[in-house]
Write a protein of this length. Structure first.
Length: 316
């Protein structure tokens, strides 16, 4: 078993090094960016600049530092899902296709106790490495989205971050890996597998994400109260309401516009009470959980299909 582990890691060392180094860089970017943003926001200079109504050269320099810190945070938030998905594809595509394409499958499969054991052992080794790195990035990507908001809202309670952070990072990577393995076992040729495997992974992730969005919008909208209130943060707004300027009555935006059409050009909207209805961010984690379950099911089906194909196909 030890020999198999070392051989598998050696065969995929380039991708594994890419994954390991990328994980370290993205984690470092998140930690440094989060610390820098926090330090700047809490500084007396930042608070002084925010209170100014005119441009100050010192504040411009502070703004550059803040922008660089936010770039680091953005890289730490968006980079993980790209890195893990790409690594999953690059690990899954050559697992079977490379052996068949280079004519080594005959020897490899004849030396193994069984084809299924040969296949599942290597899948398990690569999946463990992918999940470990993906789990690290799941934590750092979550922290990056927290650092990127001035209100420090937990992205698990918000739809704003979509489904590209947290536990969705390793799940998406496993789907990409399974798609690459399935197409590789089906075609047995490396170059066509790269194209078809990438297309299948993208189609699956896009399709399931689209289904998840329909799942969200099938929920009945709830009254969220004030548009800048606690319930409205991180929510999906479906309808807006406004308080009448004279009576305070809550009316639709359309009704408000028809009543005060002549004042729209000069109206100070900061004085207008605004309300909303929609899907509260508190259900976002449940939606992501259902999406993750469907993705895992898709990965299992692809893995089973690849296993059946390896068992039955010719090794060339």
């Amino acid at each position: 078993m030890r020999t198999t582990i070392l051989l598998t890691l050696k065969q995929h060392r380039m991708v594994l090094w890419l994954l390991a180094i990328g994980t370290a860089v993205l984690a470092l970017a998140t930690v440094v960016g989060d610390w820098a943003v926090g330090a700047l926001v809490e500084s007396a200079e930042y608070k002084r600049c925010m209170a100014l109504s005119e441009i100050d050269p010192a504040c411009e320099a502070l703004g550059v530092k803040y922008t660089l810190a936010m770039i680091a945070v953005a890289i730490g938030g968006l980079g993980p899902w790209v890195l893990v998905m790409l690594s999953g594809l690059l690990l899954g595509i050559p697992l079977v296709a490379n052996e068949i394409d280079h004519g080594t499958a005959v020897l490899a499969w004849s030396m193994a106790p069984s084809r299924s054991r040969w296949f599942m052992t290597r899948v398990a080794i690569l999946a463990v490495v992918l999940v470990i790195c993906g789990t690290v990035l799941a934590f750092t990507s979550t922290q990056a989205f927290v650092a990127g908001r001035t209100d420090r809202l937990d992205p698990n309670l918000s739809f704003d971050a979509g489904s590209i952070f947290g536990f969705m990072v390793p799940v998406r990577g496993l789907v990409a890996m399974a798609a690459g393995m399935f197409v590789g076992a089906l075609l047995g040729r490396l170059f066509p597998t790269v194209i078809a495997g990438t297309a299948l992974a993208a189609a699956l992730l896009w399709g399931i994400n689209g289904w998840s969005e329909m799942d969200v919008h099938s929920l009945p909208p709830l009254w969220l109260g004030a548009a800048d209130g606690e319930l409205a943060r991180g929510s999906i707004t479906t309808d807006w309401y406004v308080g009448d300027l004279e009576t305070g009555e809550i009316i639709t935006q359309q009704e408000f516009w028809s009543r005060y059409e002549d004042q729209m050009q000069t109206l100070d909207w900061s004085t207008v009470a605004q309300y909303s209805m929609g899907i509260p961010g508190s259900v976002a984690s449940d939606i992501r959980g259902r999406q993750a379950a469907v993705l895992v099911l898709a990965a299992d089906i692809l893995l089973f299909g690849a296993l059946v194909r390896v068992e039955r196909r010719r090794p060339y």
